[in-house]
Design a protein. Structure first.
Lengths: 909, 205
């Protein structure tokens, strides 16, 4: 054995270690060549590795790679001849040959010394090459396997993990279970533990799911059935999970169970999501079905009904009466619109909305299934689904009632606005928020002018402040206030209004506004004053009427006896005659007085006939000129030749005389008296400005003077009975009152306009009549002597009866006297054939004149009857006498008038 | 700097005297990383100045290079304790290798490190460019051999010349072994029996 030198050994180590680092065979060859070249005798080294020659030398070595049998070189041939000077050392391990080193030696002897070294080097090289190859292959395999396994494992693991999906098997023979990692995780079991026994898996289940699961496990083992269950399980830590477990038996060819193969998936989240989704869907459905509006979704289809509804909530059914199926069967346009024109409009509008022209609170009238017309408000929008199909989402609101309420509110507001009563509404700060039209019409203030102001601005000075304060206190305490206030119109005119003020409450009972309802009662108060005045005059009239009756009888008696005296004694005694004349004239004056009393109280019995006013006035010219003072200029102005009125000419004359007298008295230092008669018209303007009158044409008589005139206070009272501006004893105060009453009885008007220091004008208006009615001639009393006719005189007043009887007898009549109505009927029955005429007092005890009249007529008698009465016309009218055709004579009776009337009646009929 | 300083290289348990010149022939970057990262770290920890001439094309790649080594040395670079540059720029600043200049550069580095108060200076470089036709490359191994003499007067704590076995031919690798007294193989510092003393080597070349 040859021992190698140490340096060579050391070199060997270095070479060995370095060769392990050198990555290529070529580089190894180069290194070896450089390293071993310095060995004595070694020229160069070449390596042939698996047929590839690696060299760094320059020598050309004949080499045939095809002859290199490195893998099985056991005597195989190398192309290099043995005796070429190269030594070939195999690079061979136990496993295989990897090639050989070719040593070019210069000295074969030295080579022999180095051969062991070189052979060891080649062995090392061979091992290195082998190790590299093995390592490489191993690395490749490991890498491949690693990546394959890694890839597979990763994929499987990743997939299982992602899907929370685990797999298991149960071997029937060994009763062993195999679980995947995810399976452990799903069941919450530590993977280091043995998997649970398949037959005991149900122990992990929720008590409610245990039986079912256990039964399926048993069935899979005994009956070889598969199962697919969703069950709840509990992890060892009590966590509840929902899992799906699928198992299928695997059988062998003999039909015997080999194993159970299955999978498990944690579907807790999925179930939770499903539950949430379901809950959400249910909730959405609930919302959809319970919203206050109707909701529908539709899209077009090619065939009938052309528009298919996919959503039609309960409210739609409530509104329309149709369910979804009906709408889709009948067709929406047919169902909801019976009028063809409406259908077409609706279809067109639906198409427009589908194109994007959405409806926004459009009001349409539809017909419900029950045939009811309904007003609905419709809004639409479009939805495009993932397939591009356009759906129309419609929201419908039934506004029928709302509209009705709105209309009612509008109507109510119209009522308020057009109310004949003034309406004023303030807020709680007493700022005016609303006034109606009547308020504006009456006060002149528009809402804009008065809005925001306090109603106190309307108050006039006549209304005390404390009244307003009281109003405010009462309404703010929640109560109503009623009263009257004087307020100022915008034009400054003061009016009187009745006010009802009250608070307005909202539905919570809180006061939100104050309401004032006002009525202009200015005219009402005037009318009330007039009524009171007329009632006063009525009372006076009744008093006067009562007095007048008795007075009339007394006067009649005085006049009759004065008449009889005058006709019975020696008329040559002038003084006696004057005494009798005085008696007669005084009784005339007294009679005039009673006439006046009856006149101003309108109780006088008028003898109304068509008369020409011009004739009356013109006929009084002479009279006026005779008694009017010379310092007064009298002017008569008449615009027409004929002005026809219904009037009692006697009374008219009396009025004119009265007015002229008053005019004369006012012109103490002379002046001008003008009497004008013309025609005028009362229209609405006249009525509004004068505050009296009825529309129509009127005869107008004006009596004007240039006297001292009267102040306002005097003119306001001038027509009051017993009111006088004259000294005591100079006037009774009944003249104008009488004139007023008589004019009123003529359905006319009398008024005065006076200015102090300028004069007065009295104006009388009498309704005009057509001139076609012929005026009646004033008939003068005819001859008065009787011719022995028998007169039945029924008069309950003894003095009156005696005086009239005496008068009649003295004038050639026979008289049968009756003391009352009953007596009159008795006497008539006894002497009916003798009686030529009956004088009946209207008012008698036991039976009045009417009863006697009826008795006479019922007896079939056509005897002539004249009624007499000292009572007022009103009372006579109540006796139903006024409409009789029989003549009537007002007491006190003028003897001539009486005799003339009797004669006239006896002669005319 | 301390005269009898013994350096810890980090990848071997023993400490070595200053002036140690090693070649590191490595077969993989992991192998290199394991040695070089420790070499740099241990030098920085010992407050030595470290010179690293890295085989990267540009300075911009130095950060990534250091990251590959697993070194977070930005502060050391900022402070100047670690000087790292491209090998091309370090060895051939003007595109050619000048052994004399390089030797002088080491002298300057050593003096500067001493002036700056460092405990020692260590250096490493990757002369991959010697496989290319860089002007002056023919004097590379002479330079490497001469380094052994330089380190006597300028005893860097350690010099590692890095050689990737896959980048050089076998003959070059053998040459590398000739000029380095010690060699690092598979993380082990070994005595290199193939070393040829500088004088002898320079005489032959």
């Amino acid at each position: 054995m040859i021992l190698l030198p140490l340096d060579i050994i050391n070199k060997f180590l270095v070479i060995t270690q370095t060769l392990e680092v050198i990555p290529t065979v070529k580089a190894m060859a180069e290194f070896l060549n450089a390293a071993l070249h310095e060995l004595i005798g070694v020229k160069s080294i070449y390596i042939c590795h698996e047929g590839q020659l690696y060299t760094s030398g320059n020598e050309d070595i004949p080499h045939d790679a095809s002859l290199c049998k490195t893998s099985s070189y056991n005597g195989g041939r190398c192309s290099i001849p043995e005796n070429y000077g190269f030594k070939v050392i195999n690079l061979r391990t136990l496993k295989r040959n990897y090639g050989y080193m070719i040593i070019n030696v210069l000295n074969t002897l030295e080579y022999a010394n180095y051969e062991p070294f070189l052979r060891n080097t080649s062995n090392v090289l061979a091992r290195i090459l082998e190790n590299r190859q093995i390592t490489e292959e191993l690395n490749n395999a490991v890498e491949t396997l690693h990546y394959a396994n890694l890839s597979l494992e990763v994929d499987v693991i990743a997939a299982q993990k992602k899907a929370h999906f685990g797999t298991f098997t149960y071997e029937s023979a060994s009763r062993q279970s195999n679980w995947s990692l995810e399976m452990y995780k799903i069941w919450g079991i530590d993977p280091i533990l043995e998997p649970p026994v398949y037959t005991e898996l149900a122990n992990y289940a929720h008590p409610d799911d245990y039986q079912c699961f256990n039964d399926d496990i048993r069935a899979s083992l005994e009956q070889y059935t598969s199962y697919d269950l969703d069950i709840r399980i509990f992890h060892p830590d009590k966590t509840e999970k929902i899992i799906n477990i699928i198992a299928e038996p695997i059988l062998d060819n003999a039909g015997k169970l080999v194993k159970i193969r299955g999978s498990s998936q944690d579907i807790t989240e999925r179930k939770k999501m499903e539950q949430e989704l379901k809950h959400k869907n249910d909730f959405n459905l609930l919302i959809m079905e319970n919203i206050a509006e109707g909701l529908s979704v539709s899209h077009t289809v090619e065939k009938h009904p052309y528009v298919l509804f996919t959503v039609w909530n309960n409210r739609m059914t409530e509104i329309t009466g149709y369910i979804l199926e009906e709408i889709n069967t009948i067709g929406w346009h047919n169902a909801l619109y019976t009028d063809i024109q409406q259908q077409r409009r609706a279809i067109k509008r639906m198409e427009e909305s589908r194109a994007g022209d959405n409806l926004v609170d459009e009001i349409w009238e539809i017909i419900s299934k029950a045939g009811q017309k309904k007003l609905v408000s419709i809004s639409t929008s479009t939805i495009t689904d993932t397939n591009g199909l356009i759906h129309v989402l419609a929201v419908m609101d039934d506004i029928t009632d709302r509209k009705k309420t709105e209309n009612e509110l509008i109507r109510a507001s119209h009522v308020i606005e057009q109310s004949p009563i003034m309406v004023l509404i303030t807020n709680t700060m007493e700022e005016i928020e609303y006034v109606n039209r009547k308020f504006t019409d009456v006060t002149g203030y528009t809402l804009n002018e008065i809005k925001g102001k306090n109603p106190v601005i309307l108050k006039s000075d006549k209304t005390p402040d404390d009244v307003c304060e009281e109003l405010w206190i009462i309404i703010t305490s929640g109560r109503q206030w009623r009263g009257e206030l004087n307020i100022m119109r915008k034009d400054g005119i003061e009016i009187l209004v009745s006010v009802k003020a009250l608070p307005l409450h909202d539905t919570d009972g809180d006061v939100t506004h104050y309401l004032r309802l006002c009525e202009d009662i200015t005219d009402l108060r005037h009318l009330e004053a007039e009524l009171r005045q007329s009632q006063k005059m009525e009372a006076v009239g009744q008093l006067a009427g009562g007095i007048a009756h008795d007075f009339n009888n007394i006067l009649s008696t005085i006049k009759n006896y004065a008449y009889l005296l005058k006709t019975s004694f020696n008329k040559e005694d002038a003084q006696l005659v004057s005494f009798i004349d005085s008696i007669s004239s005084s009784s005339d004056k007294a009679a005039y007085l009673t006439q006046s009393l009856l006149g101003f109280s309108r109780k006088l019995m008028l003898n109304l006939r068509p008369v020409n006013l011009i004739t009356i006035v013109a006929g009084m010219r002479t009279l006026f000129e005779s008694f009017v003072r010379e310092d007064i200029n009298v002017r008569l102005l008449m615009s027409a030749s004929e002005i026809m009125v219904y009037a009692d000419n006697v009374q008219l004359e009396m009025i004119l005389i009265n007015l002229v007298n008053n005019a004369m008295d006012s012109m103490s230092e002379g002046g001008v008296l003008t009497i004008k008669a013309d025609i005028t018209t009362i229209d609405n303007n006249f009525i509004e400005s004068h505050d009296y009158g009825t529309v129509g044409d009127y005869a107008r008589i004006c009596v004007s003077d240039t006297g001292e005139g009267m102040d306002t206070a005097t003119t306001e009272r001038i027509f009051e009975p017993f009111f006088t501006t004259k000294e005591v004893g100079k006037g009774t105060g009944l003249g104008l009152a009488t004139a007023y009453g008589i004019v009123k009885q003529h359905n006319g008007y009398i008024n005065v306009h006076s200015e102090a220091g300028i004069g007065s004008t009295f104006t009388i208006l009498l309704p005009l009549i057509k001139s076609s009615e012929a005026p009646v001639e004033i008939i003068k009393p005819a001859a008065m002597k009787g011719q022995g006719e028998t007169i039945l005189l029924a008069e309950d007043n003894d003095e009156m009866r005696n005086s009239v009887s005496q008068l009649l007898r003295n004038n050639g009549y026979k008289v049968i006297e009756a003391v009352d109505g009953a007596d009159a009927m008795l006497k008539f029955d006894e002497h009916s054939t003798d009686i030529a005429i009956v004088l009946l007092d209207v008012i008698m005890p036991r039976a009045n004149g009417k009863v006697v009249y009826d008795h006479i007529r019922d007896a079939g008698s056509v005897v002539k009857i004249i009624f007499l009465s000292g009572y007022s016309f009103e009372i006579v009218k109540t006796q139903d006498i006024s409409n009789r055709l029989e003549p009537y004579i007002q007491k006190p009776v003028n003897p001539d008038v009486l005799l003339g009337k009797i004669r006239e009646v006896l002669d005319q009929w | 700097m301390e005269q009898n300083y013994k350096a810890d290289y980090g990848f071997v348990p023993d400490k070595y005297p200053s002036g140690t010149h090693m070649c590191h022939i490595y077969g993989s970057s992991e192998e290199r990383r394991q040695v070089m990262s420790k070499f740099v770290e241990s030098g920085l920890l010992a407050r030595e100045k470290v010179i690293y001439l890295a085989e990267v094309a540009t300075e911009a790649e130095i950060g990534g290079y250091l990251e590959d080594l697993g070194l977070d040395v930005s502060e050391h670079i900022k402070s100047g304790q670690l000087f790292i540059d491209t090998a091309m720029k370090g060895y051939c600043p003007d595109g050619r290798f000048d052994a004399e200049r390089m030797i002088e550069a080491w002298r300057s580095f050593y003096k500067k490190a001493d002036e700056d108060g460092y405990t020692a200076l260590r250096g490493t470089g990757e002369p991959l460019w010697i496989g290319e036709k860089v002007p002056g490359v023919e004097s590379w191994f002479k330079y490497e051999s001469f380094l052994n003499n330089l380190l006597v007067d300028y005893p860097l704590s350690g010099v590692i010349c890095q050689y990737n076995a896959s980048k050089y031919d076998g003959a070059t690798l053998y040459e590398v072994l000739k000029v380095h007294p010690l060699m690092i193989v598979k993380g082990q510092i070994l005595y290199n029996p193939l070393y040829v003393p500088t004088d002898e080597y320079l005489a032959k070349h």
